[in-house]
Design a protein around this ligand. Structure first.
Ligand SMILES: *Cc1c(COP(=O)(O)O)cnc(C)c1O
Length: 379
């Protein structure tokens, strides 16, 4: 099955009792048993729910995975992965991560004796210096948020395999339409489903996709034991959203390309971060591991003036100033004060996350209107 067909059909069967083509919202907490222990595979909705099951199968199919697991948020899905480990274990993570992931690692899990190293992974060989007998996991995002760095997934996977580590990839920005990390050797793919997969800014959810049966059983055990599972209504909305994932991603990418082209020539724009630019330092890897380059773009203004960046962001008509990304509507965000405020100022400077950095989530509106909007807001 090709991608668009999977987006619409994978995991989804007509409802056995009515033939309803859409998976019903099984809004139930429990299931009646004929006699104790004699049930139809469903006991309690934290453990199993048919609407969630359909979605988990669908997401697994999109990522070319055997198993899918959904969680109440993207962070809850990362939380489940880290609960595989025990005090003393070490995790090597990229140094340009979603702010909430950094906060989860440093403020929550560090307290439980896990050790995190945050390093630049643009050259994957640099990872090996930090590996020791306690290292268990490499954790990467690519493209990274918000600097749009690209990490070589296959290169990271070779290192993980050589040292017996797991490789986890946050695939939120790329989506399985643009990149399937398991095919490049990753062990676990994670999504903030909240973003492109659900795609309509109306759901908060997370997901994991993976192939290894034992690892999937361990993560399902954590999913049920910790209990951060999504409800059936959100599972339904996400299944519905995913049916157009391929069409939305095509348009996000086309619009992203047109806008990157516009900003590239703009006299007030200083640095422009989009992996589709041939000047992007990791463009060659992006080209190899991604099908296209997506609709996430970051840029700084000449002079690096925070007030001017604020003025620009307040002047947009169609780009709404908001956290989050990946919805049909265009959004603009100021990472230093919004999504990445939990990263200390010095750390932000080190990775180029300056105070004038503006991040765009380019939506699927008509791109002429979006470019007009950028023109009037920047000027
Ligand atoms: C939003 C986001 C997360 C966190 O997901 P939630 O659904 O908000 O919990 C993790 N990683 C990336 C790249 C994100 O954009």
């Amino acid at each position: 099955m090709k991608f668009g067909t999977k987006a619409i059909h994978a995991g989804v069967e007509p409802d056995p009792s009515t033939g309803a083509i859409m998976t019903p919202i099984y809004q139930t907490s429990t299931y009646v048993q004929a006699s104790p222990g004699d049930h139809k595979g469903y006991e309690y909705s934290r453990t199993q729910n048919p609407t969630r099951d359909a979605l988990q199968k669908n997401i697994a199919a999109l990522e070319n995975a055997r198993h899918g697991l959904c969680f109440a948020s993207g962070l809850a899905s990362i939380d489940a992965i880290i609960k595989l480990f025990k005090p003393g274990d070490e995790i090597i993570a990229a140094n340009d991560l979603y702010g909430g992931t950094y906060r989860l690692f440093t403020k929550i899990f560090s307290k439980y004796g896990l050790k995190f190293h945050f390093i630049n992974m643009e050259n994957v060989q640099d990872i090996e210096k930090y590996i020791n007998g306690n290292t268990k996991l490499l954790w990467i995002e690519t493209p990274t948020n918000p600097m749009m760095n690209i990490i070589d997934i296959r290169g990271a996977s070779d290192i993980a395999k050589k040292h017996g580590l797991l490789l986890g990839v946050d695939n939120t920005f790329a989506t399985p339409y643009l990149q399937t990390p398991l095919d490049l050797g990753a062990d676990i793919v994670m999504h903030s489903v909240t973003k492109y997969l659900a795609g309509h800014s109306d759901v908060v959810m997370g997901a994991l996709a993976l192939n290894d049966d034992q690892l999937a059983a361990d993560l399902a055990f954590i999913q049920n034991s910790s209990g951060a599972t999504p409800g059936p209504q959100d599972s339904f909305l996400t299944l519905r959203g995913i049916k157009t994932l391929h069409l939305r991603m095509q348009r996000h990418t086309e619009n992203g390309q047109a806008i990157a082209g516009y900003l590239q020539d703009h006299p007030k724009v200083d640095k422009l971060y989009w992996p589709g630019l041939s000047s992007h330092p990791n463009h060659a890897i992006a080209k190899e591991q991604m099908k296209d380059f997506g609709g996430m773009i970051s840029f700084t203004l000449k002079g690096n003036d925070k007030e001017e960046a604020f003025r620009v962001m307040e002047s947009f008509r169609y780009f709404s100033l908001a956290e989050s990304l990946g919805g049909v509507e265009s959004l603009v965000n100021h990472p230093a004060t919004m999504t990445h405020a939990s990263i200390p100022y010095e750390e932000r400077q080190k990775i180029g996350l300056l105070d004038s950095l503006i991040r765009l989530s380019v939506g699927i509106e008509d791109v002429e209107d979006l470019i007009e909007d950028l023109k009037q807001a920047i000027n």
